[in-house]
Design a protein around this ligand. Sequence first.
Ligand code: ATP
Ligand code: MG
Length: 402
Amino acid sequence: MEKVFEDAKPILEKLLEHGHEAYFVGGAVRDSLLGRPIHDIDIATSAKPQEVQKLFKSVIPVGIEHGTVIVVLNGVAYEVTTFRRESEYKDFRRPKQVAFISNLHEDLKRRDFTINAMALDYNGKLIDPFNGQKDIENKLIRTVGSPYERFQEDPLRMLRAIRFLSQLNFSLEKETYSTIKKMNAHITHLSVERIAQEFEKLMLGQANNNALQHLVQLGLYLYLPCLKEYRKVIEQLSVLNLSILSNASEAWALLLYYMETEPRKILKAWKCSNELMRHVEMLLTELKKDRDKQFDPFQFYQLGRSLSLSYVRLYTIIFGGNLKEHVNAFKKTYEELPIKERKELAVNGKDFLAIIDKKPGPWLAGLLSEIEKAVINKKVQNDKNKLREWGKNWYNQFGKSF
Ligand code: ATP
Ligand code: MG
């Protein structure tokens, strides 16, 4: 068994010692069979949440009503979830209470896809009642049981199918595919937050081009917030070099660049965070500048290192060229910046209030921003005396009109 599982074995051990069943389940089992890096390890057990809580010292009761308790062991968090049955979804809403059961097989049966419905016992034996391993070998995403019923229970699974297709570079099993095509409209019942989470993962998967093509082929895009009118844009995106994309801000900026619409309106409809919105807007502003203003030191200064790299990646996807060369050009320019942040300027507002006889006002902000630009463009050295001199001259020429 891999080290990450070995590290988590004391949790299984304790549950077993107390007469409960306990297994590793879900994504970790799948990823281990695929030889992919494993991130979180989930554990399923016959023990009730309260019993789990009693057995371990460090627990966080994150979702007791859904049967989930986080157990922290050596600084690592493990989700321990009580076996449960597929809950009844009333009006597409998840129920408040779930039915706990004592049987692993039933728990695996409620899971979305065969590749996600396998368990590993304490000795490393695979429990695979729905032939997930075979589907892994054939690179297939197939629902556990009837796709119609499973998508009816939870339409998010249709998007999760495309998300896994994207992340794993798998195909959809035939019936899973044709059922999504028939039931696509059901995703309108889902909350935006759940949709957004899967959509962002889908945009960043290794087979993201293929995933976008599936959103079109299966008609799912029609029911994603605000994307109904943008079939052409999604198709256009699906043939770009999307392997370069590395985070959600980049994915959104790219999509919005081609949508040519009010970014804020779309991002709000998708309930994106304010931070993401700010990043996307900054990236779009730069991408829309004239070509001779691209790769300009002041631009990198304003964006900062991490957003500049996002910008460079997007620039490469949209305008072409070689990513490595662009990144190197950025790094050289960025390293040569005389200052990386405003606080590194050798002067501040107070310095000018001491030498210019005028009350603080918009002129001061104007002056500081001009000084910043002059330093970045190497028109003046970042030296207190030189900047004071430069500032005074600027004020005499332009400052009075403020
Ligand atoms: P990731 O590596 O992205 O976390 P994952 O397979 O762990 O992938 P999660 O969304 O974390 O995916 O879900 C954990 C497990 O719970 C899945 O492997 C699956 O067995 C089950 N699951 C999650 N969401 C659903 C759902 N909507 N319907 C049925 N089963 C689900
Ligand atoms: Mg997971």
